[in-house]
Design a protein around this ligand. Structure first.
Ligand SMILES: [Mg+2]
Length: 244
């Protein structure tokens, strides 16, 4: 058996696998809904409008990442006003946008995640695979988090949207010949696990406490481990590499 037990590549997700992005998004959304409730808009209706209609539309226009939030927050208020036959208050429109803008910047690293990435990268061919509507901004977050101290920049792969096609493209980009010998580690069934399984690759789900509603979909099958942290995923991969 070769040194890596046949593992050609480990792709690692960034947001909510190595750094805590979703809690900041959720806190900002909670503030938005509190602000809107103060204006007489019921929270359940505001949440449904935001999650089901406005945020998907803003993801199409501005891509994944925090830059869409200022637009989405403003639009949620504007659309609620339109539905109620009220004119939106310009100062409040601006307050909504400001709540969204406050989310921009490098998210904090998750405890133990970067040390685990170092252990992984020292032992197995490792690359970061992340999605964002703004590749330059995302690379700055990756740098700000300290990932470039552990992986060279040519091992960072940013795509606009983590689809199955984008996953296959990432494997090709890193010269993987046999998808079965590639692994994806990430927190999203939709964006990390299903594209990998559909491509014939292996996957490990890092479960997070309050997953983003968008990420919660059924896996195409259940033949993958679920672990409580990225460090636990690295333990599995290193045991495999050791043939244990
Ligand atoms: Mg993620």
């Amino acid at each position: 058996m070769d040194r890596n037990a046949g593992i050609e590549l480990v792709l690692v997700d960034f947001d909510d696998t190595l750094v805590a992005t979703a809690p900041r998004f959720e806190r900002a959304r909670d503030e938005l809904f509190r602000l809107l409730a103060g204006q007489g808009f019921a929270e359940a209706a505001a949440r449904a409008l935001h999650h089901d209609i406005i945020d998907p539309d803003m993801r199409r226009q501005y891509g994944f990442g925090p830059h869409r939030l200022a637009h989405a927050f403003r639009e949620t208020y504007a659309r609620l006003c339109a539905g109620a036959g009220r004119a939106p208050d310009p100062a409040l429109l601006e307050r909504c946008a400001a709540l969204g803008r406050a989310v921009v910047g490098t998210p904090p690293a998750i405890d133990g995640a970067l040390a685990a990435l170092r252990r992984l990268a020292e032992r197995l061919p490792t690359a970061l695979f992340t999605q964002s509507g703004n590749a330059r901004y995302q690379l700055e977050c990756v740098r700000g988090a300290g990932v470039l101290d552990l992986l060279p920049e040519d091992r960072i792969h940013v795509c606009a949207h983590k689809t199955t096609a984008a996953f296959a493209q990432a494997l090709a980009h890193f010269g993987v010949r046999d998808p079965e010998r590639a692994w994806m580690v990430g927190n999203s069934v939709r964006s990390d696990i299903n594209p990998a399984l559909e491509s014939g690759a292996r996957a490990i789900l890092v479960e997070v406490e309050n997953p983003w509603v968008y990420d919660v979909v059924e896996p195409i099958h259940n033949g993958f481990p679920r672990v409580p942290s990225f460090a636990a995923a690295v333990d599995i991969l290193l045991r495999l590499a050791d043939g244990r």
